[in-house]
Ligand binder design. Structure first.
Ligand code: NAD
Ligand code: ZN
Length: 254
């Protein structure tokens, strides 16, 4: 770690020491250490596959099959993943009362796996570790879907209760955002004293709106990301380095 980054981590340590109701806003960069690729980095998921939007998923059975094929191809990465240093630090600060909550765009369930309780976590894009029926909301475990999928020549199973389409419990492009999650995310953002944007390129709506909202309500804005983001210029502190290294270094300076 070079001297500039070290100094920035010390500054972050001082901010954290005074933090009373912080919010961590996390993106895919937090989970790369856990072996789950992000979207936009080289080698990221989008450099391999164009995302399947909600309309295509609903209207086209072949697209649905492709979506599930891709999901199961990722199963090893998701099922084998354990929380990284970043997840563990955030869980610690939440338990210690410095963080009021975590708002995540991640769908991997690793915040929960690090011990964050549901009532302190907002998942803006849902969760890929289980599935639901889009019509009636019935929950399905992925093992069940996979067994059906493989036993029936990769045919996508429909809901046993209502015949509706079954999809991972994630939000796709073109799918409405979950209302309760959005309301909670805005509440946390407006009330926080420190807003930590961690491992997100901050390019997708609504992600891009939150840092500005936090600043407008008087929060100290910190951005931690390997590469620049559009919001670096309005941030109070920007650190372009590895998340695990930065959070560990900041915690140790306290
Ligand atoms: P993104 O891929 O757009 O951005 C991730 C950012 O993190 C990049 O700017 C990258 O440079 C940075 N980064 C990666 N590893 C890092 C590290 N170790 N240290 C510091 N920075 C690092 O991701 P996003 O902004 O979260 O948006 C992508 C969308 O992808 C989200 O909607 C999310 O739902 C979905 N997604 C989720 C996961 C997951 O759940 N783990 C994985 C891929 C995509
Ligand atoms: Zn149903």
């Amino acid at each position: 770690m070079d001297d500039d980054i070290k100094a920035a981590c010390t500054e972050l340590g001082a901010i954290l020491a005074g933090m009373r109701r912080g919010v961590a806003f996390t993106g895919a960069g937090l989970s790369t250490e856990s072996g789950i690729p992000d979207f936009r980095s080289p080698g990221g998921l989008w450099t391999r596959n164009k995302p399947i939007d909600y309309g295509a998923f609903l209207s086209d059975r072949a697209m649905r099959r492709e979506a599930w094929r891709r999901r199961f191809a990722m199963e090893e990465a998701f099922a084998g993943a354990a929380p990284g240093r970043g997840h563990r630090r955030l869980a610690q600060w939440l338990a210690g009362g410095q963080l009021a909550g975590i708002v995540t765009q991640n769908i991997d369930g690793l915040h929960q796996a690090s011990g964050v309780p549901d009532e302190r976590l907002v998942e803006l894009h849902g969760n890929t570790t289980y599935a639901t029926c889009l019509d009636c909301g019935e929950r399905y475990e992925l093992d069940w879907v996979r067994q059906r999928f493989e036993a029936h020549a990769l045919a996508v199973p429909d809901c046993l209760d209502c015949g509706g389409p079954i999809k991972t419990a994630t939000i796709s492009f073109g799918q409405p955002m979950p209302r309760t999650a959005m309301v909670r995310a805005h509440e946390l953002t407006r009330a926080c004293d420190v807003f930590l944007a961690i491992g997100s390129s901050l390019v997708v709506w609504p992600a891009a709106g939150f840092p500005v909202e936090a600043k407008r309500h008087g929060a100290t804005l910190v951005i931690i990301n390997r590469e620049p983001t559009e919001f670096d210029e309005i941030a109070d502190l920007v650190i372009h380095a590895d998340i695990g290294d930065v959070l560990d270094a900041a915690a140790e300076t306290k």
